[in-house]
Design a protein around this ligand. Structure first.
Ligand SMILES: [Mg+2]
Length: 292
């Protein structure tokens, strides 16, 4: 099998089953690769304190950490490590006026959905460079407090019943609302949230790839990208891990470990097998080549 010089991967659902799950198995699979000089990059929409409770670096040696990167916060922060401690080497934090424009954009979307379609939403304003619009806030789900299986389908049914033409319509609405405030927004939408900000996972992977291209001469062809959310939510709108596919990363290899049926972007190979398959992929990458 091809051995990669850099492996980029999603965290929740790919490296660990959930945020509360122990990280030991992931750490054990990552460490030999870091020892061998393979670059590993965790790409996640979450913040550093939500990955291994903010203690990921304490599981590795200083030397191992020299080969570890994290791209977090939906493009907002890229981390490397120095003397065993994480530091941000690139960020996409907005200045005050841009932050104001992001907030106004989110509020305009909220009002358009409310006034035109009667859909009431909640907005989370506290994220570093984006707002999170909860599309399912006003939906009575009876005893089911959390949308889970089939949540995208449920949301799409709700949108259609209100006369909103699916996720594409929300994405277009967000882009138009951003434009009115002078913003080129990168909206994303899953089964519950419409997120509107100035960056996404593409900024994370491009930033980290550029850094290791410069420091180690690693090319996109030397890299692979793994995740569990590539599947299309509706035609032409792929899951959050598909944002790792950019013009810069396009010649890398992409693998989906999700077991779900669905359409993936054309460049993505399906591995199936979830977290276990991902960890065995890392172990195969670390195993010495068999003598012929
Ligand atoms: Mg995931």
């Amino acid at each position: 099998m091809k051995k990669y010089r850099a492996i980029f991967f999603d965290w929740d659902g790919t490296a660990v089953l959930s945020r509360r799950a122990p990280v030991d198995a992931a750490v054990a699979a990552m460490a030999p690769l870091l020892d061998a000089g393979v670059k590993l990059a965790v790409i996640s929409g979450t913040a550093y304190d939500r990955i291994a409770a903010g203690q990921l670096h304490t599981h590795f040696t200083e030397k191992q950490l020299e080969n570890l990167y994290l791209g977090l916060g939906r493009g907002a922060f890229n981390y490397a490590f120095s003397r065993g401690e994480p530091y941000v080497f690139a960020d996409r934090l907005p200045d005050d006026s841009t932050r104001g424009a992001i907030h106004r954009t989110a509020f305009d979307i909220h009002m358009e959905l409310l006034d035109r379609y009667g859909l009431n939403t909640d907005i989370v304003f506290g994220r570093p460079n984006y707002c999170k619009i909860d599309l399912a806030a006003g939906i009575d789900r009876g005893d089911n407090l959390f949308m889970q299986a089939g949540e995208t389908e449920a949301l799409q049914r709700t949108l259609r019943s209100l006369g909103i033409g699916g996720l594409r319509c929300l994405i277009d609405m967000a882009k138009a609302a951003g434009k009115a405030h002078g913003l080129a927004v990168s909206p994303t939408c899953d089964g519950k949230y419409l997120e509107v900000g100035i960056s996404d996972k593409s900024d994370n992977v491009d930033g980290i790839l550029k850094r290791i291209m410069g420091s180690d001469g690693i090319a996109a062809e030397d890299c692979c990208f793994l995740g569990d959310e590539f599947i299309a939510l509706e035609e032409g709108i792929y899951g959050s891990d598909s944002f790792m596919l950019t013009p810069l990363t396009a010649s890398a290899d992409f693998f989906d470990v999700s077991d779900l049926p669905g359409t993936r972007p054309p460049r993505v190979s399906v591995l199936h097998g979830g977290v276990d398959r991902f960890l065995s992929f890392l172990r195969e990458q670390a195993a010495p080549e068999k003598a012929r």
